[in-house]
Design a protein around this ligand. Structure first.
Ligand SMILES: [Zn+2]
Length: 360
């Protein structure tokens, strides 16, 4: 039903190199790996001035048509960049339609669903991704179904339900809800709009890099962000790669991935605890499906992994709130990591990606 050609050309497995055509029913490689998007990437223009906000503003950098991006626009993007101290900036990605950075990715996966003719989107999530997808599906006129693992926080589910999503509980381990969602997505006209598996989610989070370029006039020297499944970090990395290739920034920022000491697989630490119920539940992912790509991006950027304790996160959350910025614990983890960053030269941007009301 698409009315405009999409720059997306196909899907490719980063693990076994198998290629696939894009289709609503292709949610992962036969080998089980998430798939990457193959797309035509035009150079970015030197300025985006005169364009309306939202993902369509960066149409050369996001492999979806402006037609579909405009249909899912709810106001996500161009979030404030607040200078907190000399050279240290907070990217306030909790100021979005549903209160988390996941709105960037949700706007993109929903646009993909529209573009490829879906009538329904399904996702497995216990929190912010569910609310973000439900809101953008409502905007686009698509039905939304959310499969939730046991123990998911009721407040976040209430938000998804309010936007009209159907909530389906899945018993058993976290992987079970992924299996149920993938099975449901095989229904006719249904798209698995996963923030982990759909490569279109990462098309949306690229916008973080494009906005920082607009706000600072160049790349920062470092970007600090919490990492669970890597849906922000991977998009940010790809966005800066595109900015570099277009000759708009001087260098790639060092990407600093922040994890909790309870669950730090990227730091090579054995996972002690994982899942919801943890203070930083948003990054308590014991086996990120795109772990190799995350490690490669951190390494290629000259970045690092920083591990923080719950006590440090609590202190950071209180400090931010006392400065007028109320964020959820997972978001505060990024601020907690700031003092541990090895190389603090130059301008540093810290992502604050979830609102305080998500976890009062
Ligand atoms: Zn594969």
């Amino acid at each position: 039903m698409s009315t405009a050609p999409s720059p997306a050309r196909g899907l490719r497995c980063p693990a076994c190199a198998t290629e696939y055509e894009i289709s609503l029913s292709r949610s992962a490689c036969e080998c089980g790996s998430p798939l990457d998007l193959v797309a035509e990437r035009r150079p970015l223009p030197s300025t985006f001035e005169g364009r309306t906000p939202g993902l369509a503003r960066y149409r050369e950098g996001i492999a979806l048509s402006a037609w579909s991006l405009e249909r899912t626009y709810l106001g996500a993007g161009m979030t404030p960049l607040v200078e907190m101290g000399e050279g240290v900036y907070a990217k306030c990605d909790f100021i979005t339609p549903t209160g988390s950075f996941k709105d960037r990715g949700a706007a993109a996966v929903t646009a993909a669903a529209l573009e490829f003719g879906a009538a329904e989107v399904v996702v497995d999530s216990s929190g912010n991704a569910a609310a973000a997808l439900a809101a953008h599906a409502a905007r686009a006129g698509l039905r939304a179904t959310v499969v939730v693992p046991e123990g998911a926080p009721e407040g976040k589910l209430a938000q998804a339900r309010a936007y009209g999503a159907t909530i389906i509980p899945a018993r058993g381990p976290r992987e079970r809800s992924t299996e149920v969602a993938m099975a449901l997505s095989r229904r006719e006209g249904c798209y698995y709009a996963s923030h982990i598996y759909s490569p279109f989610f990462l098309e949306g989070t690229r916008s973080w890099a494009f906005e920082i370029f607009e706000q600072l006039g160049d790349a920062p020297d470092a970007a600090v962000m919490p990492v669970g499944n890597g849906s922000l970090l991977l998009g940010v990395y790809a966005g800066f790669v595109h900015l570099l290739a277009s000759g708009l920034v001087r260098s790639m920022p060092r990407l600093v991935a922040v994890q909790s000491e309870n669950c730090a697989p990227l730091a090579g630490r054995p996972v002690q605890l994982a899942g919801h119920g943890l203070y930083t539940d948003g990054i308590a992912i014991s086996k990120p499906a795109r772990a190799r790509a995350i490690r490669d991006a951190i390494s290629a950027s000259g970045g690092e992994v920083v591990v923080v304790s719950d006590t440090e996160v609590r202190d950071a959350r209180n400090f931010l709130a006392s400065s007028g910025l109320w964020v959820e614990p997972t978001a505060a983890a990024a601020w907690a990591a700031l003092s541990r960053v090895g190389d603090r030269d130059g301008r540093i941007v810290v992502s604050l990606g979830g609102a305080g009301f998500k976890r009062p």
